[in-house]
Design a protein around this ligand. Structure first.
Ligand SMILES: C[S@@+](CC[C@H](N)C(=O)[O-])C[C@H]1O[C@@H](n2cnc3c(N)ncnc32)[C@H](O)[C@@H]1O
Length: 240
């Protein structure tokens, strides 16, 4: 199965009501990511945003309703579902079925280009091309934010490997990435910043074994593992 088939499988059978229910029950990492994005948006007075590889667009639904947010995904089924679910609740959302490597927008169209849980499914060459395209559609003064699971946090890495080996990993394979420094450098982008969010989530992934989880919680007292979600961001200001 290729990546798109896996994503389609993952969201098959969902109804607009399911998506609306999700809004009321965001995951911890989504709550923390939302706080992070909200602060950047407010501090910079941003208005035009795009979530690239939005799937259910959960992050976008948690932001200020007055923002102009474009939800972009390659999967036309999920976009149709998003539109049906959100058309009355988020009248400012726009929907775009497109490939993130070739987005149908002019240069410098958005104040913020962001995504979560997308880039780790691509190899370094693809990530470099994706970032080039994100950067192209970003306005000067805008911010690019890319969030991905932190395979440098041992409990998460362990859960991923166990779930992969036992064939219980239901998403496309993930690459281990620290901060996308190389991908940005190749594109001539500097000013990279990195934080890690959602410490609590690293223990959720080992919930198949309370014993393993207990061990990791003890080890954490010594090693202080990083959280689940790595977030890197770069402001285009630095490049004026
Ligand atoms: C893990 S999901 C994103 C989840 C979402 N960030 C959320 O919080 O609900 C990854 C999404 O990226 C989309 N995707 C994968 N490759 C893509 C591409 N080349 N262009 C656009 N979207 C893509 C998939 O269709 C899928 O919906």
């Amino acid at each position: 199965m290729d990546q798109q088939d896996i994503w389609k499988q993952h969201t098959k059978g969902l109804t607009p009501e399911d998506l609306l229910k999700r809004i009321n029950k965001p995951a911890q990492f989504q709550i923390e990511l939302n706080d992070f994005l909200g602060k950047i948006i407010k501090d910079n007075n941003y208005k035009d945003l795009i979530e690239v590889g939005c799937e259910a667009g959960t992050s976008s639904t948690m932001l200020d309703k007055n923002l102009n947010i474009t939800l972009l995904d390659l999967n036309e089924d999920i976009l149709r579902l998003d539109e049906e679910a959100y058309k009355n609740v988020y009248p400012n959302f726009k929907y775009c079925q497109a490939d993130m490597f070739n987005m149908p927008f002019q240069d410098e169209s958005f104040d913020m280009v962001f995504n979560a849980g997308v880039i780790e499914h691509f190899d370094i060459e693809e990530r470099t091309r994706a970032i080039k395209e994100y950067w192209r559609v970003l306005k000067k003064g805008g911010t690019m934010v890319i969030a991905f699971p932190n395979h440098y946090s041992l409990p998460y890495r362990f859960a991923y490997l166990i779930r992969t080996i036992t064939k219980k990993w239901i998403f496309p394979p993930e690459n281990k990435m620290y901060n996308l420094k190389k991908e940005l450098q190749v594109n001539g982008i500097d000013g990279l910043q990195r934080i890690v969010l959602s410490k609590a989530s690293i223990f959720n992934w080992n919930n198949y074994s309370p014993f393993i989880n207990k061990c990791f919680k003890l080890l954490d007292k010594v090693f202080n593992f990083e959280g689940y979600l790595t977030v890197i961001w770069v402001k285009k200001n630095d490049h004026l």
